[in-house]
Design a protein around this ligand. Structure first.
Ligand SMILES: [Zn+2]
Length: 316
């Protein structure tokens, strides 16, 4: 059985500020009825449901079926061509953020990801795979794992941002950091990463295993290359797209924790901003977004082809 956990407290330092502000509200509005229901259920079930300290609730879920199948790889049949894995954020029972006109982040991310795939396939220079091409749920680790198993050269996760302030606007490119570069990035990472806690994945334990100096070197290398990709996204998009005033940021996204391939998470715009939300709903705008992003991807992969092969050989 797979555990289904709702975490309302605990977790790493990145979640701390969110907890402090929200703990009272969550306990009153959310956790109390959930805990009551879970407690009743725990009493009648055979121990699969239990309440741990710090308000961790576990409910029994159907078996996930183990490792998921790999998506199809599209584009030129030449396996020597670089492979981009595009990840549409959220999906299935995880809708992501929502907009004033009823937009759901999971729908916008899928349409944006599909536009990007179409733009890359139209150019015909690289191969493309999508972590999801339908409205389905994937655990965060599964998304990067798909890219890893396919031997991808680049992983691009597409999301739509949300802010309390509905004036916040523009696209942002995030790359991985151990510590978020600012409070906004930290809060966003905490929100996106919470998509995983519903699957009972213990994110805290993952850090303990990564200790060797080789891993550190590989991570640093991948971080530098990811940052370079972020620079290209902003450079190539500058003419056609509106970026946030801080267009490149670092945050501790679980979905970006790949040691062996460059990766970035792109927030195409703010779903909480009327103008951005309207743009993301517009197929023509998505074409412009996808076109500039596809150009950045192609330049990045062309730049990296020779040194990347040498680096990968050295690391394996
Ligand atoms: Zn998101």
């Amino acid at each position: 059985m797979t555990a289904f956990s709702v975490w309302t407290a605990g977790g790493g330092a990145g979640h701390r500020s969110w907890q402090m502000e929200s703990r009272g509200v969550i306990i009153a509005v959310f956790a109390a009825p959930v805990l009551a229901a879970a407690a009743m259920w725990a009493a009648f079930s055979t121990g699969v449901a239990s309440i741990e300290p710090r308000y961790v609730v576990r409910l029994a879920m159907p078996e996930s079926g183990g490792r998921i199948g790999l998506p199809k790889v599209e584009g030129p049949p030449d396996a020597g061509r670089p492979l981009v894995v595009i990840d549409a954020g959220h999906g299935g029972h995880d809708p992501g953020a929502s907009g004033a006109a009823g937009e759901r982040e999971k729908d916008l991310t899928l349409m944006l990801a599909q536009s990007l795939r179409d733009a890359l396939l139209a150019e015909g220079r690289v191969r493309v795979a999508m972590t999801r091409d339908t409205d389905r749920f994937l655990v965060l680790e599964e998304r990067a794992d798909i890219a890893h198993r396919l031997g991808a050269d680049l992983f691009v996760s597409v999301h739509a941002d949300a802010a309390q302030n509905d004036a916040a606007q523009g696209a942002t490119v995030y790359t991985l950091s151990d510590k978020a570069s600012d409070a906004v990035a930290g809060a966003l990472a905490a929100r996106e990463n919470r998509a995983d806690t519903v699957n009972g994945v213990n994110l805290e334990g993952k850090e303990a295993a990564v200790s060797s100096i080789l891993v550190d070197l590989a991570r640093r290398e991948m971080r530098e290359r990811s940052v370079r990709f972020g620079e290209l996204v902003v450079r190539e998009g500058q003419q056609a797209l509106r970026f946030h005033e801080t267009p490149r940021r670092e945050a501790a996204f679980v979905v970006l924790k790949s040691l062996d391939l460059p990766s970035a998470l792109i927030e195409a715009g703010y779903i909480s901003n009327e103008e951005d939300a309207r743009a993301m709903r517009d197929p023509e705008w998505r074409k412009v977004f996808a076109g500039s992003l596809a150009r950045a991807i192609e330049i990045f992969l062309a730049e990296g082809q020779v040194p990347a092969a040498a680096e990968n050989a050295a690391l394996r």
